[in-house]
Structure formats: C-alpha cells, structure tokens
Design a protein around this ligand. Structure first.
Ligand code: BYC
Length: 321
C-alpha cells in the first residue's frame, strides 16, 4: 500500500493549485493532497536526515567510554541520546508520508538511501568531539533553522525541537574547543588538528554547489528547502571563521579572506571528487558505519518481534473483553 502511494500521485493534487498553497505559506499536512514528486522528495530528504541522526551517534559514541571527566561523559551521553531522539522524530515525520520505518531502514542498509557524508570520517582524538559539536552541529543548525519554516507540517514541527537541542550540542562542542585551545600546547595542537580534518568535510555537509545540485531548484519552489546550498555554506563560513580566530586556531585554507564588497569571506571549495566518493560509499568509514547499523538492526529483531507479539496479544485481549 505504501509503495503505491509513493510511486503514483494517488492523492491527485493539481500542481498549480498545490503550488499556490505553498506560495501562500499554507502548510501541507499528511492527509492533504500532494504531488507524487513532493511526497517522494520529502521521503528522500527526511529519511536521509533521520538516518544521519542515527548514524551520527556512532562517531561520538566511540568516545563515551573515553571522555576525560565524568562531567564530559554525562554531557556526551546526553548529546548522543538526543541524536537518537532526533532520529525518532524524523522517522515519525517520514512515516506520515506513507513509508514505514522498516522500509526506510532496509533502504539505508541496501545503500539505496544515504546519510550525511560527514559521518563517514573517523573521530581520532577527544578534540574531535569538540570539532564535531562546533562544526558539524554548527553546520546542521545553519541548515535546519530555516527548515522550521518548511512547507511540510510534521517536518517543520520536528525541526523546532531538534534545533533547540542542536544549539546546546554546538555550544558543548565549542566549550571543548575552548578548553583545548586555551589549554596546554599539546591540547591546542590537538584542537588545530581536529579543525584541519573536519573543516572541509563540514563544508561538504551543505551539499554540492548550486550549479551541481540536482534537487535544489524544485525543492526550493516547494519550500522543502528554504535556501540554496552555497548560500548556507557561505553563512556558515562567515559565522565560523571569527569563532576560530577567537580560539587562536587557523582555518586550513590559505585562500580564506574577508571580502568587503560581498560582506563575507572568500574561501576554497572542498574537494568535490572526495565528496562524491564518500557519498558513493567509498569514504574512510562508510563500510564500518553501515555494518554497525546492520548489526544493530539484526540484533534488535528479537525485541521488535516481542513488541509485535505483545501488541497482537493486547489487541486480541481487548477484542475479547
Ligand atoms: N551527504 O541536489 P542536492 C545532522 C546528495 S547531520 C550525503 O543538493 P538536496 C547531525 C543528495 O542527497 C545533517 N549526500 O541534494 C548533526 C543528492 O543525492 P540523491 C543531516 C548528500 O537534497 C550532528 C545529491 O547529493 N541534515 O543533522 O537538495 C549529529 C545532490 O545534492 C549530501 C539533513 O539531512 C551530503 N552532505 O540537498 C547528528 C538536513 N549533500 O539523494 C546529526 C536536511 C548532498 O539524489 N537535508 N547529497 O541520490 C538537506 O537540507 C538537503 O538534503 C541537503 C542536500 C542540503 C543535505
């Protein structure tokens, strides 16, 4: 039933009338008519976003047992739990479009659906927890704050709560970076090394340049995306460079320079060949990440079976009462 809804426009939305509603700022709700392409694009984007949150737990989960203090361990645990929560809100939002969580997971594990390229990079030192919070969550906020105003009601509402939590995540990352950058010379060196490794992968999070972006134009018309990839990347660079300056760290880009005329920084593009390789599954940690998700999914089968058996038993009990 679900697949049919996705492939064909069963709800029969008239494109012009639908676009007029979007242009008027009216939110689309799950039972409203919508073009098949709109539904499909949302499933792709929200599903990819949900997968990113869940896979995003892995690089940080790697450091929970090695956090340098009890306080840092508690904060990191809370953050990683938040990511699981974000995944749940987003899977729920996606399910309102007529696809089940099981189907979404199968598509992730088969490689048909993606997750953010950033999580295919390893977290090698404690300073990486700082860089991930500061840069990765910082980039996520830049992208997600505008999505609170996106046209699909369940997605926009999920984003409100997610953004509040992401801003705590970003601050905890920056707080780690401050401790490291203002700490011993060795700590500062670790902070610089983390920035060096995470800078360009963070810029890639916004997706390819607008000229190479396949979906941006249509997604922006539908208000599934509120901004172009390059615009958000530029805003991220403009906000982040002064933060690096404050830390006394150097952004690893010799071409980085303030441009008075555009009131923003000129900066080097990431290596887009590397980006496409990572997206295709050939990044440093792609196999490891998917394997961890596969193990978790297969290992949890007995528990899901138990829940289903209990739900069936309860339904029978209520019917008999
Ligand atoms: N990684 O036409 P384009 C987070 C793909 S993490 C992998 O511009 P679109 C978090 C794209 O899917 C962030 N793939 O695409 C933080 C498309 O391929 P397909 C997760 C990417 O969708 C800390 C192709 O490249 N956030 O939240 O218009 C801890 C062409 O691109 C990437 C979201 O998902 C990438 N970076 O724009 C835990 C936010 N970039 O699908 C979690 C919502 C592009 O045609 N998503 N591709 O095969 C978005 O805003 C948009 O989907 C994107 C891409 C800006 C990411």
């Amino acid at each position: 039933m679900y697949a049919q809804n996705i492939e064909t426009d069963q709800t029969g939305a008239d494109d012009a009338a639908f676009q007029a509603r979007i242009d008027a700022g009216i939110k689309v709700e799950p039972k409203d008519p919508m073009p098949a392409g709109y539904r499909k694009t949302l499933i792709r984007q929200i599903g990819q976003h949900a997968h990113s949150e869940v896979v995003g737990q892995l690089p940080e989960g790697n450091w929970i047992t090695r956090a340098p203090s009890l306080e840092r361990k508690l904060i990191l645990l809370a953050k990683v739990q938040d990511e699981a929560g974000h995944g749940l809100y987003l899977y729920c939002a996606c399910e309102t479009l007529g696809i089940s969580r099981d189907e979404l997971t199968e598509k992730l594990l088969s490689g048909e659906m993606k997750y953010s390229s950033i999580f295919n990079y390893p977290t090698l030192t404690w300073a990486d927890m700082g860089a991930v919070g500061w840069l990765v969550d910082g980039a996520a906020i830049m992208n997600q704050v505008p999505l609170q105003r996106c046209s699909y009601g369940p997605y926009s509402r999920a984003m409100v709560r997610i953004c509040k939590e992401e801003s705590f995540h970003q601050r905890q990352g920056y707080s780690i970076m401050m401790n490291m950058a203002f700490g011993t010379p060795e700590q500062k060196e670790m902070a610089q090394d983390a920035l060096n490794r995470f800078w360009y992968p963070s810029l890639m999070m916004f997706g390819p340049s607008d000229k190479d972006s396949v979906h941006s134009a249509q997604s922006m018309r539908w208000k599934i995306k509120m901004n172009g990839n390059d615009e958000l990347r530029q805003k991220f660079v403009n906000e982040t460079v002064p933060q690096a300056d404050y830390l006394g760290l150097k952004v690893p880009d010799d071409k980085l320079q303030w441009n008075e005329a555009k009131q923003g920084y000129d900066f080097s593009e990431p290596d887009w060949n590397e980006f496409y390789q990572v997206v295709k599954g050939n990044g440093p940690c792609n196999r490891e990440r998917l394997e961890a998700r596969r193990e978790a999914w297969e290992g949890g089968q007995w528990f899901r079976d138990g829940l289903m058996a209990y739900a069936a038993k309860e339904t029978r009990r209520r019917a008999a009462a």
